[in-house]
Every structure is written in structure tokens, then in C-alpha cells.
Design a protein around this ligand. Structure first.
Ligand code: PLP
Length: 397
């Protein structure tokens, strides 16, 4: 018999599983080329060549005992050092290797920092729509998720609504920029407004509110859009970074946390996060991947492919009359559902062999997420199906 608390998680994950199964069923019936699966955020560009070269060099050259052995739970010191230096160069910051903790992707990093910070009953705020796994991560530590409702139609955080959600139990705010699922990038102006609210509320309640910046899509931006580096705006910022999307390595599970010295109680947080990495069972981030990313600090994924896809899909769907948020970052198109019920829209799309995710999975009903980290040819092939889908709504008037 499984634990009672697992029952609802298993039920919750059935939407994704059902979609995956549906994709396989449709592909078997109609042929893989005639199914248009836009459901997963799995990067479609290969990792930069430097990555596999670095991996091979490390395997050939590194001492096996070092490469395959246990280490400091926060990761290899020299890896953390070069990451700190690279961030300092890029963002004009002052991090030391002690401020960096290597993690098992962003998911691992978020769990580590939430375990480090949260007592049962503490509140964590997120802006809808957001990556649905946050709910599970926060529940892992018996804390309470508090949702700032979506700010339709531009999906830039509503500052007043945010301010009202903060209480003396608010321990953390999670921000995800560029955003999954909307593709929106929060500008410096928006960040400054969020920070002002946090600073005022910290004084009002005499508490510390940590801003956790979840940044797997930092480098995936278009048209020269800038993504502010949040530690420069707010002392109590903790950055969670991942190479899953930026180097197309989601299966390898590698990322890091930045815990700056400026954060309140930073030394204790750094020490506790090191312990959290171990006691959550990660122990340390994968050794080969730590050494690999340290050799690939300047490697870049080919964003131009996502940009081509973005323009193609946005252009086509907008011309068909779908209301879309033009993405500035990440690789998702956020589209208003012509049906009030976004699940019905996703179900109808399936009749035309198109798969995407209802916005309810991101705490925002009435919209859907279309992931365009796919083969460009698949996007072109899907156009006739989208035309039929649009036509089916038009006929209803
Ligand atoms: N945060 C967001 C916003 C994501 O979209 C994802 C993955 O899609 C993650 C975190 C988890 O990333 P990782 O593979 O690095 O654990």
C-alpha cells in the first residue's frame, strides 16, 4: 500500500502520462510524421559539440578515483570556482566558490533550497501561470503554496496583487524568468517593482523573504531581450540555474544554486544547503557533468532554431485568429483557448493529432502551452492540422 500523500501526486501526474500515451497511440495509428506533439519541454537542438568533446577528454584524462568518487556535497571546489568567476565576469558580481552549490538540475536545486529554508506552514509565493512542479516541491516540506493570479493578457506580474499575498509567514517567492509557460521575460522595471514590495514587506513584518530565481531559460531569449541578474537588485536572492535547456542536457541532471554573501544568514544557508543536498539523497551533483560544464562555460546552444520555430508558429497561429502571447524567451507559445475550458481545447486538438498542454497544469485555466522545441519540419507539417482546428471553431461561430 502506497503512502496516502502519494495518491494525489500519482493522480496529478496522470495528465502528463496520459498525453505521452496518447502521443504513442496516435503515432502507431497514423504514423509518427502525422502526429504533432508539442507537449514536452525537451530541447530539440543537440548539445554544443564542446560538451561531448569535454566529456570524452575528462573520461580519458581525469583520475578515475576523482572522477567517480564521492566529493564535497556542494561539488568540486574548482568547478564552483570557475562558475563563480564566469558569473562575476558576465554580471559584474562578486561570488566566491563557497557561494555556488552544484545541484541535480534546477529541480534538485529548488528542492535543496526549499528544504534549507522552509519550516512546516511557511508560505511560498509564485506568479501564475508557473511550472506546476513548484506545488510538489513546496509540499515536500509541508509548506503552503500561495498563488498570485495571472495578470491577463500580458502575464507580467500584478504588483498590487503580489503585495497583498505577502504575510509574516511568507518565507520565499519563486520567480521564473524567462517564463515557462508564457515565454514572457520580466524587464528590469518589473523586477525593481517586485523588489520594492519585498523590501517594504520585510521591514513591515520584520522577516526575511527570499527571492528564489529559477533560471533554466536564462540564455534562451530572442530579439536581444535582456534578463536582469537578480542578486544585483535584492540581497535576499538565491539563484537556481540549470544546464538542462541552455546546453540541451536535461537527462544529465546538472545545475547549481548561487547563495550570495549579501543574503541574510548566508553562511548558515550555504552550510544547510550542503547538508540538504546530502540528506535529500542527491549527495552531490553528477561528477562527470560538473567537470564537463566547467569546461563549457562559453558554449552556447543554437537559439536560432528555436527563434525560427517561434516565428513560424506564432505567425501561423496568429494568422488563424488564435490569441497568442509573443514569446520573448524560453521555447513555449502561450495561447488563449477558444473554449472556456482549456482541457476541451486540448482534447479537440488531439482529434487533429495535435498535442499540447492545458494551462490548468500551470495554474491558469483558459490558456494552453505549445512547446516549440521541436523539429522545424514538424511545425510546418502541423499547419494544415491547425487550420482544421481553427476552422472547427469558426464553424461554431
Ligand atoms: N523550472 C522550470 C521553470 C522548468 O521549466 C523546468 C523544466 O522544464 C525545471 C525547473 C526543471 O529543470 P531541470 O531539468 O533542470 O530540473
Amino acid at each position: 500500500m502506497i503512502a496516502k500523500r502519494m495518491i494525489k501526486y500519482v493522480e496529478g501526474s496522470s495528465v502528463t502520462r496520459a498525453m505521452f500515451e496518447e502521443g504513442k497511440r496516435l503515432a502507431a495509428k497514423y504514423g509518427a510524421d502525422n502526429v504533432y506533439d508539442f507537449s514536452l519541454g525537451n530541447p530539440s537542438t543537440p548539445p554544443p559539440e564542446d560538451v561531448s568533446k569535454a566529456m570524452i577528454d575528462i573520461i580519458n584524462e581525469e583520475s578515475p578515483n576523482k572522477l567517480h568518487g564521492y566529493m564535497n556535497n556542494s561539488g568540486y571546489e574548482e568547478v564552483r570556482e570557475v562558475i563563480a568567476q564566469s558569473l562575476n565576469k558576465k554580471y559584474d558580481t562578486n561570488f566566491l566558490q563557497e557561494n555556488i552549490i552544484m545541484t541535480v538540475g534546477a529541480a534538485g536545486g529548488l528542492n535543496v533550497i526549499l528544504k534549507t529554508l522552509l519550516d512546516a506552514g511557511d508560505e511560498v509565493i509564485a506568479f501564475a501561470p508557473y511550472f506546476g512542479e513548484y506545488n510538489n516541491y513546496v509540499a515536500n516540506f509541508d509548506a503552503v503554496m500561495v498563488v498570485v493570479p495571472p495578470n491577463i493578457p500580458d502575464f507580467i506580474p500584478d504588483i498590487e496583487a503580489f503585495s497583498k499575498k505577502i504575510t509574516k509567514k511568507t518565507k520565499a517567492v519563486i520567480i521564473n524568468n524567462p517564463n515557462n509557460p508564457t515565454g514572457v521575460v520580466y524587464s528590469e522595471d518589473v523586477i525593481k517593482k517586485i523588489v520594492k514590495v519585498l523590501e517594504d514587506k520585510q521591514i513591515e513584518f520584520g522577516t526575511q523573504i527570499y527571492l528564489i530565481s529559477d533560471e533554466p531559460y536564462r540564455e534562451i531569449v530572442y530579439d536581444g531581450v535582456q534578463v536582469p541578474y537578480l542578486t544585483k537588485y535584492y540581497d535576499n536572492t538565491i539563484v537556481g540555474y540549470s544546464y538542462s535547456k541552455s546546453l540541451s542536457l536535461p537527462g544529465e541532471r546538472i545545475g547549481y544554486l548561487v547563495i550570495p554573501d549579501e543574503a541574510d544568514d548566508s553562511q548558515n544557508i550555504i552550510c544547510a544547503a550542503n547538508v540538504a543536498n546530502r540528506i535529500l539523497g542527491f549527495v552531490n551533483a553528477p561528477s562527470l557533468l560538473q567537470l564537463t560544464v566547467a569546461k563549457c562555460l562559453d558554449a552556447e546552444t543554437d537559439v536560432s532554431v528555436y527563434d525560427t520555430n517561434r516565428k513560424l508558429l506564432y505567425g501561423k497561429l496568429a494568422s488563424l485568429g488564435f490569441e497568442c502571447v509573443k514569446p520573448e524567451g524560453a521555447f513555449y507559445l502561450w495561447v488563449k483557448s477558444p473554449d472556456e475550458d482549456d482541457r476541451k481545447f486540448a482534447d479537440r486538438a488531439k482529434q487533429y493529432n495535435i498535442l499540447f498542454v492545458p494551462g490548468s497544469s500551470y495554474m491558469c485555466a483558459g490558456y494552453v502551452r505549445i512547446a516549440y522545441c521541436v523539429d522545424t519540419d514538424m511545425i510546418k507539417r502541423s499547419f494544415a492540422a491547425f487550420e482544421k482546428l481553427a476552422y472547427s471553431y469558426r464553424q461554431e461561430g
